[in-house]
Design a protein around this ligand. Structure first.
Ligand code: GRG
Length: 308
C-alpha cells in the first residue's frame, strides 16, 4: 500500500468537530476505494460500473470512520487501517445491494438514488454484491501483518463477521421473522448480527491493523458491540419518525413489511432510552484509551443524535 499523505485529525475531546472528522475520513477512504476498485473502463465495464454506482452513491461511511478512529485510539495512524476500512465498506455496500433486491426487501431507493437492481437489473445487482464481497477479502489480504495479528487473523475477523453466524444469520432470522410477533430477545439477536457484528469488526480491525494490545481489543469489542446495537435501534426509530427524503431510502418500510422493531415492541420512548443506555456503555468501554479515544467518543455521540 502506498502511503498517501493523510489529513489525520488530532483527537482532542474539547471542541471535537465530528462532522469535519467524518469528512476527512470519508475523503481518505473514498480516495483509497477509488484506487483499489477496478475503474469503469475495466472490462467487463458493466460490473465495475454497477459496483462503483453503489459504492460511491453517498453512504455515510460510518464503519470506515470507526475503523480509522479505533486505530487512532490505539495510538496508530490511519494508513495501516485503510485496507480494513475499505473492506468493511465493501461488505456493507454488498449487503445493502442484496438487501434491496426483489427477493429480499424489494426497495427502489437507497442512498438517495435508485437501487442497484433498478439501474442495472437484478442479475448484475446480484453480481455487483458478490463482487464487492469478494473485493473486500482482496482488500483485507493487503493489510500489513503486525506482531500480534497476522493477515490470517484479520481475514478471519472479517469472514466471521460477514458469515452465516453473524451478518447472514441476522438477515436470515430477520427474513424468517417477517409478519411474526417475536420477543425482544430474538430481535436483539437479529440486530446484533445484522448490524452490530460489522461495527464490532470495523473497530477491532482498526485496532488490529496497528497492533493493539489484548486489553485494547477487548475494549474495542465492547465499544463496537454497543455502538452497533444502538445504531440499529436508532435506525428502527428513524424508520418511523423520518421521511424517505430525509433518510435517502424508503421510510416506514419495517411497518409495511410487518417487521418487528424496537419501537413496535417497546415503543418510541423506551427505544430511545435503550439507545442512550447502549451509547453510555460504549463511552464507558473507552476509558482505557483516555484522550486518544476522543474521535470514537465523538462518533458514538454523533450517531446517537443522528437524524438520517
Ligand atoms: C447474502 C443474499 C445475501 C444477502 C445479504 C446480510 C444482508 C444481505 C443484509 C443485511 C444488511 C442490512 C440491511 C443491515 C442493516 C444495517 C444498516 C443499519 C444499514 C444502513 O447503514 P448506514 O446507515 O447506511 O450506515 P449508509 O447508506 O449511510 O452506508
Amino acid at each position: 500500500m502506498s502511503a498517501a499523505p493523510l489529513k489525520q485529525t488530532v483527537a482532542t475531546k474539547q471542541g471535537f468537530d465530528t462532522k469535519s472528522y467524518l469528512r476527512s475520513t470519508s475523503e481518505v477512504v473514498e480516495r483509497s476505494l477509488d484506487r483499489w476498485i477496478p475503474t469503469v473502463k475495466t472490462k467487463p465495464r458493466r460490473i465495475h460500473d454497477a459496483m462503483r454506482y453503489s459504492l460511491f452513491a453517498g453512504g455515510k461511511r460510518i464503519r470506515p470512520a470507526l475503523c480509522l478512529a479505533a486505530a487512532e485510539a490505539c495510538g496508530g495512524e490511519w494508513t495501516p487501517a485503510l485496507p480494513a476500512a475499505c473492506a468493511v465498506e465493501c461488505i456493507h455496500t454488498y449487503s445493502l445491494i442484496h438487501d434491496d433486491l426483489p427477493a429480499m426487501d424489494n426497495d427502489d431507493f437507497r442512498r438517495g438514488k435508485p437501487t442497484n437492481h433498478k439501474v442495472f437489473g437484478e442479475g448484475i445487482a446480484v453480481l455487483a454484491g458478490d463482487a464487492l464481497l469478494t473485493q473486500s477479502f482482496e482488500l483485507i489480504a493487503k493489510v500489513k501483518p503486525t506482531s500480534r495479528y497476522g493477515v490470517n487473523k484479520q481475514v478471519l475477523e472479517l469472514a466471521r463477521a460477514s458469515g452465516s453466524l453473524q451478518l447472514i444469520a441476522g438477515q436470515v432470522v430477520d427474513m424468517l421473522s417477517e409478519g411474526k410477533a417475536i420477543p425482544i430477545k430474538e430481535l436483539q439477536y437479529i440486530h446484533e448480527r445484522k448490524t452490530s457484528a460489522l461495527f464490532c469488526c470495523s473497530v477491532r480491525l482498526g485496532g488490529m491493523s496497528v497492533n493493539c494490545t489484548p486489553t485494547q481489543l477487548k475494549a474495542l469489542t465492547e465499544f463496537g458491540y454497543n455502538v452497533g446495537l444502538a445504531y440499529q435501534v436508532i435506525d428502527d426509530i428513524l424508520d418511523v419518525t423520518q421521511t424517505s427524503e430525509q433518510l435517502g431510502k424508503t421510510a416506514g418500510k419495517d411497518q409495511h413489511a410487518q417487521k418487528a422493531t424496537y419501537p413496535s415492541i417497546l415503543g418510541l420512548n423506551q427505544s430511545r432510552r435503550i439507545s442512550k443506555q447502549l451509547t453510555e456503555k460504549a463511552f464507558l468501554a473507552l476509558k482505557p484509551f483516555r484522550k486518544k479515544a476522543a474521535a470514537l467518543e465523538a462518533l458514538a455521540g454523533f450517531l446517537l443524535n443522528r437524524d438520517c
